[in-house]
Design a protein around this ligand. Sequence first.
Ligand SMILES: [Zn+2]
Length: 426
Amino acid sequence: MRIFAQRALLPQGWATDVAIDVDPSGSIRVVTAGASRSRDDVPAGAIAPAMANLHSHAFQRAMAGRGETSAHDGDDFWTWREAMYALATTLEPDDLHRIALEAYRAMLRAGYTTVAEFHYIHRDPRGAWYADRCAPAEALVAAAREAGIAICLLPALYSQADPTGAALGARQARFATSVDDVLGIAAEMRARHRGDAGVVVGVCAHSLRAVPLAAFRELLAGSPAGVPVHLHVAEQEREVDDVRAAFGARPVDLLLDTFDVDERWCLVHATQTTASELERIAAARATVGLCPTTEANLGDGLFALAPFLASGGRFGIGSDSNVSISPIEELRLLEYGQRLAHKRRVVARDGARSTGEALYALAADGGARACGVRAGAIATGRRADLIELQTSDDERDDDATRLDRYVFASLDPRPARVMTGGRWRS
Ligand SMILES: [Zn+2]
């Protein structure tokens, strides 16, 4: 199959009359700029790589927009977490499937073609295992495949209430897993979905709050080489204080001192970090998972984007609590947060690229890496996961500002069409 695009965002920038040959498995075989259109080509306007959503808890979509009133002063991440626990204790696998299907369909329409699902509701509401202990994981994967979005399933290790090793509370009973539980669920899900390129199974530790270092080490040792490894890290100041009190080190420093962190790792949030921690993450080639709308909704704080990018750091974006399902809203807020904090403009930079294009291209590439999929760029060997931008009736439409207008100025920030693995889905 051959797509013929009038304009395409290639790794080196926008190109004209681009032919993209896609093999039967959905991977890009060859990209040719300045091509001539043949009769059988599938025509397209301006296309760009689709986005990976590198951090989602699909079930939290059910409480999106429902936590915005307060009976007292002092609402914060920790009070929100109590409300989230109250929801989590009620859901059965059928509910997870229904909520996730709606969320994943919205993600695809918004231009996400892969979702990393950070999955920690493993047990039933009383804390017992389901007869099929993969039932909740299976509900999520089934929802993703039904929606037509690729999924990187990340079963979470979650075994203590805080870094001192305190036992989980009653409302966390559904999340409780041992290393063997997580490795068993991951292995079973890999076996069930072997041969489906749209299902990647990685592994995650909930956080350095919820997982002892020795157990995290065992989890890594028992996982297949090269699978994605994710964790929440340094989201909250209290979390930094708790980890420092228990270990004498800040969470990111502790992580990098303890483990061989490399490019298969995704450090979600990393909001509370020092300049030296950011440099160390960048040097390790790990991806930082930024979730600007959720981080703003929960009052987490702002990631220090400019110094991280200056160190060559990689990032991707995630919808996390799914209060928003839009890569454009994430990127817009990411850049605007920096501008408001630093009282300057055009913060995100990547060589000569404009801000919108830099944000978009870096997040697409970083997100795909973090999800363990070869996508995120229009290039040989990458999956043909693409978006077609809405046709512009602006006579000033040009390559230099196309993605800036998409990121900062679109009234309906959704693509005209979304392609996964060489097939238009919406
Ligand atoms: Zn999260």
